[in-house]
Design a protein around this ligand. Structure first.
Ligand SMILES: Nc1ncnc2c1ncn2[C@@H]1O[C@H](COP(=O)(O)OP(=O)(O)O)[C@@H](O)[C@H]1O
Ligand SMILES: [Mg+2]
Length: 219
């Protein structure tokens, strides 16, 4: 999936959060967005997802203006923070996946995705027993069940231990190799052992967009 952000300026009330941010991604690109807390990273992805309303011609998804875009099921989104995630009643991984899928995915395909993301054995686990990293994976599986062409991950490894962070990025790299365009927000680019192709750095509302060579040297 292609994504173009063109001179995007966005704010809440009277305060401008994003000033004239521009970048372009092609199918299969892997963008990392970095920046301090409050620099507008989550705000930017909410603009891309149509949650924050922006004027026409500032965001194009596969050359279609975000305001006209209809196929949001092509975009997988794993939002920031599951800290306060707590179900009062027992619900299993399988139940949450079956309840939230819009697609008519077969049982076999679902199992394949669970396996790929490394939580096949957690199918019948009560989600309140999962670690933060495992819960993130459940939400990634959920977003993959709609077969997205773009996957947006907002600080997916906060509170996840080092071993799981490593295998998490292995999974993300794999998805990217299959041709899914990735947008990853992180405040820890060193930890993100990912094959990203571009970096967008947000600071005081302004974005600096760079291509990264294969060795990841020009961050
Ligand atoms: N819904 C909202 N209403 C008003 N201000 C908001 C809202 N969401 C975020 N902000 C403000 O916008 C700025 C950018 O926030 P955010 O995009 O969440 O930053 P980041 O994800 O980089 O930490 C912050 O100052 C934040 O307080
Ligand atoms: Mg954020």
């Amino acid at each position: 999936m292609r994504l173009a952000v063109q001179n995007l300026t966005f704010g809440y009330d009277y305060r401008t959060v994003l000033k004239d941010v521009s970048f372009k991604l092609n199918t299969g690109d892997f963008l990392v967005i970095i920046g301090n807390n409050g620099s507008g990273k989550s705000t930017l992805v909410k603009c891309i997802l149509g949650i924050n309303k922006v004027p026409g011609n500032q965001i194009l998804i596969d050359d279609v203006d975000v305001n006209q875009y209809k196929n949001f099921k092509n975009i997988g989104y794993v939002p920031q923070k599951f800290d306060d995630f707590n179900y009062e009643f027992p619900i299993t991984v399988n139940e949450i996946l079956n309840a939230s899928s819009y697609s008519n995915i077969s049982e076999d395909e679902k199992l394949e995705i669970l396996d790929k993301v490394g939580i096949l054995e957690l199918q019948n686990e009560n989600i309140n027993n999962l670690s933060g990293g495992q819960l993130q994976r459940v939400f990634i599986v959920r977003s993959l069940m709609n077969r997205p062409k773009l996957l947006i991950l907002d600080e997916p490894t906060v509170g996840v231990d080092r071993t799981n962070v490593k295998s998490f990025y292995k999974t993300v790299n794999q998805l990217n190799e299959e041709g899914i365009t990735i947008v990853l927000i992180t405040h820890n680019i060193k930890e993100a052992n990912a094959n990203f192709t571009h970096v967008l750095s947000l600071h005081n509302g302004e974005g600096v967009f760079k291509s990264v060579d294969k060795e990841g040297a020009t961050v």
